[in-house]
Design a protein around this ligand. Structure first.
Ligand code: NAD
Length: 330
């Protein structure tokens, strides 16, 4: 199948390119994001392969269908950026990679927790300047601390398992319980209880109407003073203005973000020569107790190998049978 790969980066070529030959797919790597301005580039391609910040709204999907595209292959797990009813209406099948390495994301969430707790980001810069003073670097023992895991699917359950190794008390909230999370020693509670009792809150739920701005000024007000919030799920699960206010008042003690509400204009690009026009993003990066990474939680060689394999298999299944086990919105 001829496939246009949007938002492609060198690592996409490195992992998808050689694997595509084995599957017999012909890939064209395109750097632009897929939007209504760039959709013309997909003309004549049966498949398009997209990532988290491509925008597949109804308008883009209708144009894809008109150009002969039949398959959309997301090389990620989340599919909140695709208008699924529009795809269904246009007869375009949408596939995703439901699990590539939940370990990669869970381990990054724990890396953010530990870096913020022990001020590794500040210590790294400090010692390079010959400053070996300890003031401002004090952390806390993880042992015995209460961690709230919101969303206990594949990633959340692994976070619980890792934190169990630190001897943390783990509270969990989800619309359905996961036995793996219970086996990791977590106790399921209602969301308000989790928010009130946790020293650290780590978000692992998908972005849905029910989870948009789940962290907002009202919920932040119910948390422990000095709480640490970690978001590796999707940016809009957190209301950015509310967390900035919480950081300014001291209600939030640490914030670790791998995702950001308005990340699509910034993340995955080298903008070091330009001015960041987004005042909220710029403000976040001024706090010493905030650590932002640019949607890199998934970014391990193991995950990229798995993403390439599943994406290409999904396209082969659609081409051969018209259906795939990893289809969404059917
Ligand atoms: P998953 O589907 O295995 O688990 C998601 C869990 O969230 C499920 O158990 C589901 O029941 C639960 N959930 C649904 N609605 C909820 C609600 N209202 N409140 C609480 N929980 C709710 O998904 P996963 O593989 O664990 O991934 C979780 C999220 O992580 C994805 O949706 C994606 O947004 C994000 N993600 C981020 C990266 C990254 O690089 N930062 C990479 C992969 C996934």
């Amino acid at each position: 199948m001829r496939v246009a790969v949007f938002s492609s980066k060198p690592h996409d070529k490195e992992f998808l390119g050689p694997a595509a030959a084995r599957f017999g797919h012909e890939l064209t790597f395109l750097e632009p994001r897929l939007t209504s301005e760039t959709v013309q580039l997909a003309r004549g391609y049966a498949g398009v392969c997209v990532f988290v910040n491509d925008r597949l709204d109804a308008n883009v999907i209708e144009q894809l269908a008109a150009h002969g595209t039949k398959f959309i292959a997301l090389r990620c797990a989340g599919f909140n950026n695709v208008d699924l009813p529009a795809a269904q209406k246009c007869g375009i099948a949408v596939v995703r990679v439901p699990a590539y390495s939940p370990h990669a994301v869970a381990e990054h969430a724990v890396a953010l927790i530990m870096a913020l707790n022990r001020n590794i980001h500040r210590a790294y810069n400090r010692v390079r300047e010959g400053n070996f003073a300890l003031h401002g670097l004090m952390g806390f023992d993880m042992h015995g601390r209460t961690v709230g895991v919101v969303g206990t699917g594949k990633i959340g359950a692994i976070v619980a398992k890792i934190l169990n190794g630190f001897d943390c008390r783990i509270l969990a909230y989800d619309v359905q319980q996961n036995p793996d999370c219970l086996a990791a020693g977590a106790t399921y509670v209602e969301l308000p209880t989790l928010l009130e009792q946790s020293d650290i809150i780590s978000l692992h739920c998908p972005l849905l109407p029910s989870t948009r701005h789940l962290i907002n000024s009202s919920t932040i007000a119910t948390m422990k003073r000095g709480v640490m919030i970690i978001n590796t799920s999707r940016g809009a699960v957190v209301d950015t203005s509310a967390v900035i206010a919480g950081l300014k008042s001291g209600q939030i003690g640490h914030l670790g973000l791998d995702v950001y509400e308005e990340e699509s204009d910034y993340f995955f690009e080298d903008l070091s020569d330009t001015v960041i026009a987004d005042d909220q993003l710029a403000r976040l990066m001024t706090f010493p107790n905030v650590l932002v990474t640019g949607h890199q939680a998934f970014f391990t060689a193991d995950a990229l190998t798995s993403i390439a394999q599943t994406t290409l298999q999904n396209l082969s299944d659609l081409e051969a049978n018209g259906v795939s086990a990893n289809q969404v919105g059917r």
